[in-house]
Design a protein around this ligand. Structure first.
Ligand code: HEM
Length: 456
């Protein structure tokens, strides 16, 4: 078992973690770009819970395993900072207090402010805000081929718009948000693309339109009556409440970026997971039939309630198993706020770290026959997702996904509606479809399906 001490004893060896062998100058850059998760997994197998690698001019320390997950969320939490990691992104967007990229008091204040808005309980009586956008879309389709990427992003964007900001989002706006946010993430956060990409006309037009839309959302929200705001506060209402209490933490740039944060945080993670679910259902016909049977039974009195959704073991198993084997957020990027020791190695203040939070997902000791897609893992008595810090699709520590409840709910609603209304088959050979990183994992752009109405 890994041993950890946050204050190294005087006699502690000043050992650097082992360095992954890489190419001259490039280091491990090529493997990292090809598939970061395969790279981390293969090196974790060789070097264990702590290792270093270089990628061109950047140097990283990787921490992995149950102890890393536990440590980051408990006694070691103050050793990990998000501020440095997101610094360039926040500077580039001129939003110095954006929730995801700050630590300490500013972060805690915002987390408390927004958390109720993202919880499952918030949607108990308002499930229709998530159901209506996808139901309307399904009812408009009789027999059609669609590309999965834009199809799922469009659904998720509409749901987030309706459920959090009270606005209708069009397919064009969805595309513009995604172009804007993925360009900014690749340039500022990951450094994968040159700054020149910010001059690309497609990006510039998308960014201008997205900014206009963000401004309009706030203006429209102001027109809501005090009664409406009290009865059903939107995410933007909470943002305004925060700005009243702490104007210094909500500059104009912060407000503009925070208004869009649910799209940045939610669309590709939920959309990507949904694209993997669809892929698995196409690969496993029996699994699709089994989950569809459960859903049809649950629809006997109309759309299942939140309580009913929670009891649907096959559908939930499908979602949890997809998030285990296709984790969207596989590593948390941080910098070390001080020297500390982990697993016998010294981590130095300022080191850029990747906490490979999903390393355990692929271990037989926690998930027997870990390579096998098995939706039975999550029910009594196995409960394989309930082994402390082992299962971590939503990250660990103070920044763990604040909207995990909403994300699970969106996945449940979307799987239910999709399978209830539609039959679907591949419209491209499945062996031609792969996983790509844009920056998070998603099925490749060529993933196309044929949707046929079940006329239920
Ligand atoms: C399957 C879907 C999702 C996955 C796998 C996921 C995963 C994650 C992970 C791993 C983090 C932690 C990042 C870190 O520590 O650096 C995170 C944070 C966050 N997520 Fe999600 N997420 C999902 C859906 C959503 C949705 C739907 C929203 C909003 C509508 C959202 C909003 C956020 C926000 C605002 C944060 C920052 C929290 C903080 O800094 O305290 N996420 N998410």
């Amino acid at each position: 078992m890994t041993t950890i001490q946050s204050t190294p004893p005087a006699s502690a060896p000043d050992l650097d973690p082992p360095l992954v062998k890489g190419l001259p100058l490039l280091g491990s850059m090529l493997d990292l770009v090809k598939s970061p998760i395969d790279f981390l997994q293969s090196q974790h197998k060789i070097y264990g819970d702590v290792f270093r690698f270089n990628a061109a001019h950047k140097k990283f320390v990787v921490l992995a395993g149950v102890e890393a997950n536990r440590y980051m969320a408990s006694e070691g939490r103050d050793n990990f900072s998000s501020q440095e990691t997101w610094g360039r992104f926040l500077k580039g967007l001129n939003c110095p207090h954006l929730f995801i990229g700050v630590d300490g008091d500013v972060h805690q204040f915002q987390r408390k402010l927004f958390k109720p808005q993202f919880s499952k309980a918030a949607f108990k009586e308002r499930l229709n805000l998530l159901i209506d956008p996808i139901e309307a879309l399904m009812q408009s389709i009789d027999d059609e081929e669609v590309y999965v990427g834009p199809f799922v992003r469009n659904i998720i964007c509409k749901q987030i718009g309706m459920a959090l900001q009270g606005v209708e989002v069009t397919s064009q706006q969805t595309e513009e948000f995604m172009t804007t946010q993925n360009t900014l993430l690749n340039v500022y956060m990951l450094g994968k693309w040159p700054k020149l990409m910010l001059l690309n006309p497609r990006f510039l037009i998308s960014a201008i339109r997205s900014n206009r839309f963000s401004k309009k959302m706030r203006e429209d929200n102001k027109k809501r009556s005090a009664e409406q705001k009290a009865q059903c506060p939107t995410y933007i209402d909470r943002l305004e409440q925060g700005a009243e209490q702490h104007p210094e933490w909500f500059t104009e740039g912060d407000l503009r970026a925070q208004t869009m944060l649910p799209f940045i945080g939610g669309v590709d993670p939920v959309g990507g997971t949904l694209s993997f679910i669809i892929y698995e259902l196409l690969k496993q016909k029996e699994l699709k039939e089994r989950v569809t049977r459960e859903i049809d039974a649950a629809f006997s009195d109309g759309f299942p309630s939140l309580e009913k959704l929670e009891t649907m073991e096959d559908m939930k198993g499908l979602i949890l198993e997809t998030m285990r084997l296709y984790p969207i957020a596989y590593a948390m990027s941080r910098s070390a706020t001080q020297d500390f020791e982990f697993g016998g190695y010294r981590i130095k203040k300022g080191d850029e770290m990747l906490v490979y939070t999903v390393a355990n997902h692929f271990k037989d000791e926690y998930f027997p026959n870990a390579e096998q897609f098995d939706i039975e893992r999550y029910r009594e008595p196995r409960n394989e997702n309930k082994q402390g810090a082992v299962y971590a699709p939503f990250g660990r520590g103070p920044h763990t996904c604040v909207a995990a409840g909403l994300a699970e709910l969106q996945l449940m609603v979307n799987v239910c509606v999709l399978l209830r209304y539609m039959d679907f088959e591949p419209a491209v050979p499945l062996d031609k479809v792969k996983v790509e990183f844009i920056p998070g994992p998603f099925m490749t752009k060529n993933f196309k399906i044929r949707l046929k109405s079940r006329k239920t």
